[in-house]
Design a protein around this ligand. Structure first.
Ligand code: NAD
Length: 476
């Protein structure tokens, strides 16, 4: 397949210009070029978003929903071709890339409908008073999305913002710009008024500084790493602007003595190596009851060894390359450091070949707590297996890190579930499976994993401001 030409999208026009190369992570070939926006164009993108906002906020919610739903349908219809773009630029297996697009379509469609239900309330008052609480769209939004899920991460933000009546300037990842362009094209083809979505690429630091300080921009939403999230939140605080931060995690998986260790291992391997572990809710620390550890470890390592790693376009590949050179280097450093400190490698640990960013699915056991990978989100195909004997210890380990995004548990005991769900500090808790969020559910973290929620009814709240209207009338 051929990679599409990547352009900026400002005020309803696609603009081609020179920029940086885009690479295929499976072979490091240059597949395209991502334009680098100029300061004048960035200013124009914000002006366009301001004009777009004035049109969109005045569009009736049912009409907004119609347009957004049309975009979601187009996305669905184009899932195969957009999936190919994602596999080419990001590396994930083609079936997973297509699923990502379908998921984005579902999230957007749900938000579209929910935008019709952003009700306020009526507060009873004196006989001559009419008192209401109303929700208004907050205004033009600046959104920043990462390379791990080029279409669904951006789709979440576009769906929420547009459903609430906001316009948006989206800075998608420069490393995977094709998935974001294809998404925006669906909205254009669905008839979205110009200026409501603007898509920019360039120097992330310059763009974020400009957008966050721009008076017209009223909300900052970011998905990415904790350090960048904190940096952007500080910039936003200086302007008294709210933020939604979807940041990293280091998810614990608690395998209790009453769980089936083989079934848990099978589910765990599938979840761990999805998108080569480059998923914010990827399971990372497998905390296994000591009575089940050997059985779990053997099954986990055996299934991991059998995974087929290869180009995402090869239908037999179960795991593709890492998305970029930085991730490959990080995996190598994590393994060397953990091994030096005494961790055992049950399988993997090495780069595969010397072209493309392939890394073996890796299982480390008995990893010392001071190892780097035990403290920093690996965001890659490394699983850490650890033993526990007491539920209090496992809760302490689960909560040890400043992350609090997702956690998982495998147990048949309702009491254990009740205790873990109340004591483990996370925004997403799954029991006996690795299901992620659904369109109806709010998604986000606690502690350094972020603030605010995307998805569900709660997801639209960030895009709205609340106004109390009190009206004295002459005659009742
Ligand atoms: P990074 O910290 O350099 O960048 C993370 C993301 O932020 C990228 O998309 C990048 O383009 C963007 N970014 C960087 N500086 C920015 C700035 N000043 N303004 C706006 N955006 C900026 O790291 P990376 O090498 O791309 O990824 C490494 C880590 O990021 C991973 O280990 C993982 O922890 C995290 N990550 C998390 C998610 C997620 O879904 N939460 C997605 C991708 C990466």
């Amino acid at each position: 397949m051929t990679y599409p030409e990547i352009r900026l999208f400002i005020d309803g026009a696609w603009i081609a210009q020179a920029g940086d190369p885009v690479l295929n992570p499976a072979n490091e070939d240059v597949i395209g070029e991502v334009p680098c926006i100029t300061p004048a164009q960035l200013e124009e993108a914000v002006s366009a978003a301001s004009r777009g906002f004035e049109i969109w906020r005045r569009t009736a919610p049912d009409k907004r929903a119609e347009t957004i739903l049309r975009a979601a349908q187009l996305l669905r219809a184009r899932a195969r071709e957009i999936g190919e773009v994602i596999t080419l630029e990001q590396g994930k297996p083609i079936a997973d890339a297509k699923s990502e697009v379908l998921r984005a379509s579902e999230l957007i469609a749900w938000d579209a409908e929910e935008g019709r239900r952003t009700y306020g309330r009526v507060i009873p008052g004196g006989v001559n008073f009419r008192q209401q609480v109303v929700r208004d769209p907050i205004g033009p939004v600046a959104a920043f999305t990462p390379w791990s899920a080029p279409t669904s991460s951006a789709g979440r933000k576009l769906g929420g913002a547009l459903a609430a009546g906001c316009s948006i300037v989206l800075k998608a990842s420069e490393e995977t710009p094709g998935g974001a362009c294809a998404l925006v094209k669906c909205f254009e083809d669905a008839g979205l008024p110009r200026g409501v979505i603007n898509l920019v690429f360039g120097d992330p630091d310059e763009i974020s500084r400009y957008l966050i300080a721009a008076p017209a921009i009223r909300l900052i939403t970011f998905t990415g790493s904790v350090p960048v999230g904190i940096h952007l939140a500080k910039l936003a605080a200086a302007e008294m602007k709210p933020v939604v931060m979807e940041l990293g995690g280091h998810s614990p998986v608690i395998i209790c003595a009453d769980a089936d260790p083989r079934a848990a291992a099978e589910a765990s391997v599938k979840a761990k190596f999805r998108n080569a572990g480059q998923v914010c809710i990827s399971p990372t620390r497998f905390l296994v009851h000591q009575s089940r550890f050997d059985e779990f470890a053997e099954a986990f390592a055996g299934r991991t060894k059998a995974l087929r790693v290869g180009d995402g376009f090869d239908h037999s590949s179960q795991m593709g390359p890492l998305a970029n050179q930085r991730r490959l280097q990080a995996m190598q450093e994590f393994v060397v450091d953990a091994q030096r400190r005494g961790a055992k490698i049950l399988t993997g640990g090495e780069r595969i070949g010397n072209r493309g960013y392939f890394f073996e699915p890796t299982v480390l056991a008995d990893v010392p707590a001071e190892s780097k990978v035990m403290n920093v989100e690996p965001f890659g195909p490394i699983a850490l297996l650890l033993r526990f004997s007491d539920l209090s210890d496992v809760v302490r380990e689960a909560n040890r890190l400043p992350y609090g995004l997702a956690a998982y548990a495998f147990t048949k005991s309702a009491e254990t579930v009740a205790r873990l769900t109340s004591q483990v500090e996370v925004g997403h808790f799954a029991v006996n499976h690795f299901g992620g969020g659904i369109p109806e559910s709010p998604f986000g973290g606690v502690k350094n994993s972020g603030m605010g929620r995307e998805g569900g009814s709660e997801g639209l709240e960030a895009y709205q401001v609340i106004k109390f209207v009190t009206h004295r009338v002459e005659a009742a």
